[in-house]
Design a protein around this ligand. Structure first.
Ligand code: THG
Length: 259
């Protein structure tokens, strides 16, 4: 399972302030600890990025990659900011994201091609968030078709079924899981899959969040999930994932495997 750390997020008070003040030290410290904790990618979330987005993301990408050897997942709706980030990024970035609307796909997919980046496709379109697994599948199919037109291979496409908070929409959890199984039927080889894991526990009591997150992660892993945007500083989450790798024979068991 590819782990994309969710933590470098402008909505986080401390990190948001560091971003606005262009104070790179706390961000680099965080980036290092996320990598040490097992993150494979770092999600760089600058929010809507309407004001000064391109300049902010350029600064973030270069400051982080100067000090930490890790690829980034650029999380912004601002197309100019996305392009600016990709221009300075070293290695293979992940574009987070396009949705399934024609307008968005025609803007974002050419960037994936131009910069040889992977891309996340959210199963969301002009008519909003899908109601069930069939609507998710239909949008995923549209995204897959369009990606093929742009010469993006399924291995470079991550379909995101959109995880919604269990506290508000309990029935949606099963639909998201079911759709992940269905996405494997889209093509051969199939596209990859990704979720924003912590969405599940938003507006749940703080003491339940980690438990909800890690339980969902294992349910999704059993159903073929390729990647998760998650809190890599959550020790129990990372431990449960390591244990999953042992039990599914992905990693060789040793008495001391958690060391
Ligand atoms: N899919 C894709 N990208 C995404 C999401 C998704 N990017 C954003 C989000 N969803 C995933 N990232 C987060 C990051 C933080 C939280 C949830 C999802 C979160 N943070 C805590 C909070 O807000 O209460 C704590 C924040 C803090 O103080 O650090 O819940 O679904 N493709």
């Amino acid at each position: 399972m590819l782990i994309v750390a969710e933590n470098i997020n402008i909505r986080n008070t401390k990190i948001g302030t560091s971003m606005r003040e262009r104070n790179s030290e706390p961000i680099i410290e965080l980036a290092k600890s996320l990598k040490d904790a097992g993150a494979n990618y770092l999600d760089i979330n600058i929010g809507p990025g309407t004001k000064g987005g391109p300049e902010l993301i350029k600064w973030l990408v270069t400051s982080i990659q100067e000090k930490v050897d890790i690829p980034l997942c650029l999380d912004t709706k601002n197309i100019e900011a996305m392009k600016a980030g990709l221009e300075v990024h070293k290695g293979r970035a992940i574009i987070n994201s396009t949705d399934g609307s024609e307008e968005q796909m025609n803007k974002v997919m050419p960037l994936a091609k131009e910069f040889n980046a992977a891309i996340i496709g959210l199963t969301l379109d002009e008519s909003g968030i899908p109601r069930d697994e069939n609507e998710r599948f239909q949008i995923a199919f549209n995204i897959m078709t369009k990606a093929t037109e742009y010469g993006i291979s399924p291995e470079d496409l991550y379909i995101d079924p959109i995880i919604l908070p269990v506290s508000g929409m309990q029935d949606q959890v099963n639909y998201a899981i079911e759709s992940i199984k269905m996405f494997s039927q889209l093509s051969d080889p199939p596209p990859k899959t990704i979720v924003g894991l912590s969405n599940i526990s938003q507006s749940s009591p703080p003491e339940l969040r980690s438990l909800l997150n890690r339980t969902l992660l294992i349910m999704l892993a059993c159903n073929g999930l390729s990647a998760a945007i998650a809190d890599s500083l959550d020790k129990e989450l990372m431990t449960v994932l390591k244990t999953y790798d042992i039990l599914t024979n992905k990693v060789l068991y040793a008495h001391s495997y958690l060391d």
